[in-house]
Ligand binder design. Structure first.
Ligand code: URP
Ligand code: ZN
Ligand code: ZN
Ligand code: ZN
Length: 471
């Protein structure tokens, strides 16, 4: 099957140009001058399918490097399966996800890795890779790290919070970092000071403070900035590359910026919720409503300027990319925390909306068009060892392509654009300038003309290389 995408503006992380994209089977065959001929014959007449992209952007498919499909968490399980979650991702122009294999304290990381393959295989509409969560690092975890790197799992998430569930202490973190420094893998860090948070939560509940907003007030920015600083120092000590996930506090982003200024391999991601939503407006909504936006790190105060700082950090490359941390729960699941905010399952669902929400940064002038492609696709591919196949439209790359219509419009909300398995949208009422028109995954059209044409089982496992982003 040969496809030609004609008349569009091809946008990469480094520039834009008028070009037609020729796809042969699953990969990109060539980028050619618009209206090119071959042996005097119009190229369009040589192909099986022509996609008209006049007036539209043609970009490499989005890569969401932080998702939690059907993750067991907080006494329940994230409500999107690999099937529903990857379908929603495709609707929103995301053609690859990197999901987290979960190993809770006491579980065997390699058994969990096999379990995640069982969950995903045959169910995904788009390609998928895995990071591995390591809790309570043990000798067996260090051994597993080598085996997993050989399997294409080249990044490991550790937690400085959630004692008894996920938390590794500083000594355990250093051991994992030493291993990462020796096998070339990346340490990803949930950087919040768990002991401090546990104390503040107890004190808050003892005062009778039970509403969702106290989730944010008991996870102050200092707990994030301190843990981020500590993680950076431990990475410095060991030489491990460090990637700080879901950065929401301005002061944490500043720690990352300082470390980068010294030349250390330290990176950070933020998420759409930390660019747009706030402690006051969403988490502080009346009654139990704020539960929809309980996630960790928490939404931050707009009065303190964290959201503006996240945009600035994305512009200056103090932060490198935006992932969703997609971890959806329905309202009945959130209600586990009625009367006790600390029991509300942590997570927000956004996998469908990341490309659109970030494109609003282009519309408002916060980031350039090229930077949009870079933070949503090219850098995730480089950061997590997929570049060349993913994150770029070039001969030989997988034909993961999005045709994005800047003149289109997308209304987010239930009954409008909503394919995630949630009974509410954390983004209800957001009106987007722009529209995902056509999405191809490895040469197959999965979304077009407002229809889903993909199928569960099309998506394949991505065996990742080591990071291609290190200094
Ligand atoms: O609230 C969140 N972020 N839920 C998902 C788990 C994590 O820490 O990333
Ligand atoms: Zn986390
Ligand atoms: Zn997460
Ligand atoms: Zn359109």
């Amino acid at each position: 099957m040969k496809t030609l995408i004609t008349g569009g503006t091809v946008v990469s992380s480094t520039g834009r140009s008028a070009a037609d994209v020729l796809i042969d089977g699953e990969t990109i065959a060539a980028l050619v001058a618009p209206g090119s001929t071959a042996l005097g014959v119009d190229l369009a007449s040589h192909v099986d399918r022509v996609i008209d992209a006049r007036g539209k952007y043609v970009i490499p498919g989005g890569i969401d490097a932080h998702t939690h499909m059907e993750m067991p968490f907080g006494g329940t399980s994230a409500s999107d399966t690999f099937e529903t979650g990857t379908r929603a991702a495709a609707w929103g122009g995301t053609t690859s996800i990197v999901d987290f294999v979960v190993q809770y304290a006491g579980e065997n990381p390699l058994e969990q890795y096999a379990r995640w393959h069982d969950k995903a295989a045959g169910n995904c509409a788009i390609d998928y890779g895995f990071h591995q969560i390591l809790s309570d690092v043990q000798d067996s975890s260090l051994h597993a790290m080598d085996e997993l790197v050989a399997e294409g799992v080249t990044s490991f998430k550790l937690f400085m919070a959630y004692k008894g569930v996920f938390l590794s202490d500083d000594g355990q973190i250093v051991r994992a970092m030493q291993k990462a420094a020796s096998n070339g893998s990346m340490i990803m860090m949930h950087a919040e000071n768990g002991s401090v948070i546990d104390l503040l939560v107890q004190q808050s509940l003892a005062r009778g403070e039970t509403d969702p907003i106290y989730h944010g007030l008991t996870r102050p920015w200092q707990a994030e900035a301190e843990a981020t600083h500590r993680a950076i120092m431990l990475a410095n000590l060991t030489g491990a590359p460090l990637y700080v996930v879901h950065v929401s506090a301005k002061q944490a982003a500043e720690q990352i910026a300082q470390a980068r200024d010294t030349g250390q391999n330290v990176f950070g991601e933020t998420c759409p919720q930390y660019l747009y939503l706030s402690l006051e407006e969403q988490l502080g909504a009346p009654g139990f409503e704020g539960a929809k936006w309980v996630c960790s790190t928490p939404l931050r105060s707009r009065a303190e300027g964290h959201q503006d700082h996240m945009w600035r950090a994305l512009r200056t490359n103090d932060l490198q990319l935006v992932s969703t941390d997609h971890c959806p729960f329905c309202m009945t699941q959130k209600q586990l925390g009625l009367g006790d905010f600390s029991k509300i399952p942590n997570g927000i669902g956004s996998v469908e909306h990341r490309m659109d929400l970030l494109y609003q940064g282009v519309v408002s002038g916060q980031i350039s068009l090229e930077r949009w492609v870079e933070i949503c696709s090219t850098t995730p591919a480089r950061m997590f060892g997929m570049y060349g196949r993913k994150g770029v439209l070039a001969p030989g790359a997988d034909a993961d392509v999005v045709v994005y219509d800047p003149a289109g419009h997308t209304s987010i909300g239930l009954g409008k654009t909503h394919h995630m398995n949630m009974d509410y949208s954390a983004w209800e009422g957001y009106e987007i300038d722009g529209h995902v028109d056509t999405v191809l995954s490895r040469g197959e059209v999965v979304v077009d003309g407002g229809q889903f044409h993909g199928r569960a089982g099309h998506g394949r496992y991505i065996r990742r290389e080591l990071s291609q982003y290190l200094i």
